[in-house]
Design a protein around this ligand. Structure first.
Ligand code: FE
Ligand code: CA
Length: 528
């Protein structure tokens, strides 16, 4: 497979679905030996001068390696990205300084046209808990410089981790005024919890109308991703820290579940088949634009759930709450009707959010964990959020009560479980409760809900009044956009809600709207 060849030429095969510990050094050495003789393709003679218009990124760090990413594009709206259809040799370097005086790792990779000329390099044999700088070269062209880092060693006990998490960056809803501020933060890691792109058609009169049409296939998703990735503010935040990215629904289609688009009739197999083809294209575009420690997908099934560890201080379970979920219950047959009256279907034991395999993987990871903090990085609100007597949001965990109960039972057994959440476009601090369906019962798992980067919440006053009155909701702000900054120590996890003044203009100030503290051993969040 071409992607594996590219990674292997780069020095090491990207381990498929790797957890935080990458094993098999002997196999890796054998792979390198067998590929050292493989020659790089020639440099095409007619390449444009500028190939790095999508910037660079890094992600999925472990203690001795990090994934370095770029995608060679000259014209984001051209079918071939403006770079032709031949493979392109790409050099890469990692240094301990911004001037590249001390290069500690380097190699060659191949940007494969079958993968949109994306490049995923597993830069290995690095030191734990260390910052690095990296860049790519094509012929005499050099990419922007990125900064990245490795995690502390798995058996170490770090004093501190700072990370940010963000989600939901609909460009037509507003400007990315948060990103220049995120780029200035002192964080080790950024988690992105989904809705990196939106699949909607261009809408005139919006903040930044799309030039690409609504995507339905690989070519269409590539253009939409390239349009998003072309933004310099987003590129700046990627170039400054490693990111760990999962997806939500809009990377494919709003409110999709398993093999069904929103509102589809489940008995129609042709609808499922057509949607799976679309999903395959969307998933490949996700891979091509994201610095993930994964092999490329082959078809519509793509395991992206994985773990990231910060020594024994924190373990992150990066979940996929879309690909395997049962179709939304009750209200699911009308488009965008997330909220509706509760029916018997919702309570069925067989309904799943994560799917059996991911649920089992998560349970085993939690049971084995020696981490002080165990963080579920995931998509939809897990705390009970009843909108009124008999009404629920069936796209959230409220629509999957049996699956939520199974998960909460697993989380009761682990040290400091915390949920971080995107999707809903508002800031909140809430708790998943002892009876997860009843918000009046005791808190068991704290949940930090991060607002969107730019996606709007249309009924902000109403949700604040409604959710703010629930006994398990400690804080809510649906008016503002931004991200959450978290500082983790053995004693506490502190969450600062960083909120911008507006997304209605290209630039805005940022301020901390609220600071909440989770103390070791206490599931009830407190104000700082
Ligand atoms: Fe969203
Ligand atoms: Ca949705």
């Amino acid at each position: 497979m071409a992607g594996v060849v590219a990674a292997a030429l780069a020095g090491a095969g990207a381990a498929a679905c790797s957890d935080d510990d990458s094993g098999g050094e002997a196999a890796q050495q054998a792979e390198e030996d067998s590929l050292n003789s493989e020659s790089l393709p020639p440099l095409p003679t007619d390449l444009p001068a500028e190939l790095f218009v999508l910037g660079v990124a890094s992600g999925d760090p472990v203690s001795d390696s990090v994934i370095l990413w770029t995608r060679l594009v000259a014209d984001p709206m051209a079918d071939d990205g403006g770079v032709g259809t031949a493979p392109i040799p790409v050099g890469w370097e990692v240094a301990t300084d911004r001037m590249f005086d001390e290069v500690v790792a380097s190699g060659d990779a191949v940007a494969d046209p079958a993968l949109g000329h994306s490049v995923h390099v597993d830069a290995s044999a690095l030191e734990p808990d260390s910052w690095y700088w990296y860049r790519f070269t094509v012929g005499d062209r050099t990419s922007p410089i990125g900064r990245t880092r490795t995690t502390p060693a798995s058996n170490s006990e770090p004093d501190r981790l700072r990370f940010a998490f963000a989600s939901c960056q609909n460009r037509q809803n507003g400007y990315w005024t948060a990103y220049p501020h995120l780029t200035e933060e002192d964080v080790d890691l950024v988690f992105f919890l989904g809705d990196y792109i939106y699949e909607e058609p261009p809408i005139d009169g919006t903040a930044q109308p799309y030039t690409s049409p609504a995507p339905t296939d690989l070519n269409g998703y590539r253009k939409r991703w390239a349009e998003y990735k072309g933004d310099p503010a987003l590129q700046g935040a990627h170039a400054q820290f490693p990111w760990v990215c999962t997806w939500d629904d809009h990377e494919v289609a709003n409110n999709y579940a398993d093999d069904l688009p929103d509102g589809a009739v489940a008995t129609d197999q042709s609808v499922r088949d057509e949607f799976l083809q679309r999903r395959a294209g969307a998933y490949q575009a996700f891979y091509e634009h994201t610095p993930v420690r994964l092999d490329p997908p082959e078809g519509p099934d793509y395991r992206i759930y994985r773990r990231v560890s910060w020594g024994k201080l924190a373990k992150f379970y990066v979940l996929d709450g879309r690909q395997y979920r049962s179709d939304q219950a009750c209200a699911s047959t009308s488009v965008a009707a997330d909220v509706g009256p509760v029916c018997a279907e919702a309570a069925e034991d067989t309904r799943t959010m994560l799917g059996d395999e991911q649920e089992q993987w998560l349970g085993e990871g939690l049971a084995d964990s020696e981490a002080a903090w165990n963080v579920l990085a995931q998509q939809t609100v897990m705390s009970a959020l009843p909108f009124a007597e008999g009404l629920a949001n069936f796209d959230q965990w409220d629509g999957y009560p049996a699956a939520r109960r199974r998960l909460v039972d697993q989380l009761r057994e682990v040290s400091n479980p915390v949920v971080i959440t995107g999707d809903i476009h508002l800031s909140a601090v809430a708790t998943v409760t002892d009876d997860p369906d009843d918000p009046a019962t005791d808190p068991v798992v704290p949940e930090l809900v991060g607002t969107s980067i730019s996606s709007s919440f249309p009924l902000a006053d109403a949700i604040e009044a409604l959710a703010g009155a629930l006994p398990n909701v400690e804080y809510i702000n649906a008016q503002q956009r931004g991200y959450v900054l978290c500082t983790v120590t053995p004693d506490e996890m502190r969450a600062e809600y960083r909120l911008v003044g507006t997304v209605g203009a290209p630039e805005a100030d940022i301020a901390t709207g609220a600071t909440w503290v989770l103390a070791d051993g206490d599931p009830l969040p407190r104000t700082a």
